[in-house]
Design a protein around this ligand. Structure first.
Ligand SMILES: Nc1nc2c(ncn2[C@@H]2O[C@H](COP(=O)(O)OP(=O)(O)OP(=O)(O)O)[C@@H](O)[C@H]2O)c(=O)[nH]1
Length: 316
C-alpha cells in the first residue's frame, strides 16, 4: 500500500451575503490568523485561517470585495475578487439550504463559470435548518446552477450535534465539517505544509513586512513598474544576542531587467531609499530596530503562473 501524499493549498469562499461563509470558515479553521494591520487596505489577501489535518493543510484566504457584498452583486466582480479566484486551488461556493436559489446565486454561479482552471465545490450551507426532502431538492437546484467539481451539504453549527449540544467538530450529524474539509482538500495539489503549525503569529508580520517593502518599492514608479513587483521575505528573526534588532532578508521580484534597473537606481541609490522607507515602517510595527537586506531579482513572467507563485509565497 502506498501512503497518500500530503496535500496543501489555498481556498476561498464566495456566496451571497448571509449564507454562512464566515461561520463556515471559522468553524473549519483550527487556528485563527489575525492579520493586525492598522492599514487593512494594504493586506490584499489576508489569510483567514488554516485547516491543519494529518494529510493536508488548507489555507483559507479572504476574498477582498466580498466584505462589501452588497456592492458586489449588481456590479461586475471586482478584479481583486477575480484575482483571488484564479489564484486559489479550490473555491467554495456557498448557497444556503433554507432559501430558494435566487438571482444572487445565479449571478455568482455565472461569474464562477468564467473562472477557468480552478475547481469550484458547491457547498449547501445551514443544512441543519431543513429536512431531508428540502435538502435533497436544494442539492438538485444547486447542481443545476453550474458545473461543480463536487457538491456537499454542511452545517457549520454542528449538524444533528447542534440540537444535542455537541460540538460542530466532533458532531455526529450527517453534515459534518470534516466532509467539507475532505472534499476541499481533495482538490489541493500534493505538496508539503505551507505554514508551520503552532507558529502562525509570525506569518502576518512577514506578510506586512513584504507589503511595506512592496509599497516602498512602487513609490513613484507605478507607471514604469505597474503591478510587476512581488516581495518575498526569505528570513526574519532577532539577531542572535540582540533582542532589540531584527534581521530581515527579502527578495523583490520584478518581471524584466529594465524594471530591475529602475528599482535599483543609479549606483543603488533608489534601492537604498526604498530600504530606508520600508525599514522605518517595519521598525514602527515591530518595535525593534531593523536590518533590512533587499535583493532585486528578475523572475520572468512571474504573473503568468499565479498559483505557483502563491505557493512560493508571493502575496500579490
Ligand atoms: N442554523 C445555522 N445557521 C447558520 C449556519 N451557518 C451560518 N448560520 C447563521 O447564518 C447567519 C449568517 O452567517 P455568516 O457566517 O455571517 O454569513 P456570511 O455569508 O459570512 O455573511 P456576509 O458576511 O454578510 O457575507 C448567522 O446568523 C449565522 O449564525 C449553519 O450551518 N446553521
Amino acid at each position: 500500500m502506498t501512503t497518500p501524499e500530503f496535500r496543501s493549498g489555498f481556498a476561498c469562499f464566495v456566496g451571497r451575503p448571509n449564507v454562512g461563509k464566515s461561520t463556515l470558515m471559522n468553524a473549519l479553521v483550527g487556528t485563527k490568523v489575525a492579520i493586525t494591520s492598522n492599514r487593512p487596505q494594504t493586506t490584499r489577501r489576508a489569510i483567514r485561517g488554516i485547516v491543519h489535518r494529518p494529510d493536508a493543510q488548507l489555507v483559507i484566504v479572504d476574498t477582498p470585495g466580498l466584505h462589501r457584498p452588497r456592492t458586489l452583486l449588481g456590479e461586475r466582480l471586482d478584479s481583486l475578487v477575480r484575482g483571488t479566484l484564479t489564484e486559489v486551488d479550490v473555491i467554495g461556493f456557498c448557497v444556503p439550504a433554507d432559501e430558494k436559489v435566487g438571482d444572487g446565486d445565479r449571478y455568482i454561479a455565472r461569474e464562477l463559470a468564467q473562472v477557468k482552471g480552478t475547481p469550484v465545490v458547491a457547498i449547501v450551507t445551514k443544512a441543519d435548518k431543513v429536512g431531508p426532502q428540502q435538502l435533497a431538492e436544494q442539492l438538485m437546484a444547486v447542481n443545476a446552477l453550474g458545473d461543480w467539481a463536487d457538491i456537499v451539504p454542511v452545517s457549520a453549527v454542528g449538524g444533528l450535534g447542534a440540537q444535542t449540544g455537541q460540538s460542530a467538530r466532533g458532531g455526529d450529524g450527517p453534515y459534518q465539517l470534516d466532509v467539507v474539509a475532505d472534499v476541499l482538500t481533495g482538490h489541493l495539489p500534493e505538496g508539503p505544509p505551507l505554514y508551520p503549525e503552532g507558529d502562525l503569529t509570525d506569518e502576518p508580520e512577514q506578510i506586512l513586512v513584504a507589503e511595506f517593502v512592496r509599497e516602498a518599492a512602487l513609490e513613484g514608479v507605478e507607471q514604469e513598474v505597474p503591478h510587476s513587483i512581488a516581495v518575498v521575505v526569505d528570513e526574519m528573526g532577532p539577531r542572535p544576542g540582540r533582542e532589540d534588532l531584527t534581521d530581515i532578508y527579502a527578495h523583490v521580484f520584478v518581471e524584466r531587467p529594465s524594471q530591475k534597473a529602475i528599482l535599483i537606481g543609479r549606483k543603488g541609490a533608489r534601492l537604498r531609499e526604498v530600504g530606508t522607507s520600508a525599514r522605518k515602517q517595519i521598525e514602527a510595527m515591530l518595535g525593534t530596530r531593523v536590518y533590512l537586506n533587499l535583493q532585486v531579482s528578475v523572475a520572468k513572467d512571474w504573473q503568468r503562473n499565479p498559483k505557483q507563485l502563491r505557493r512560493l509565497g508571493f502575496y500579490d
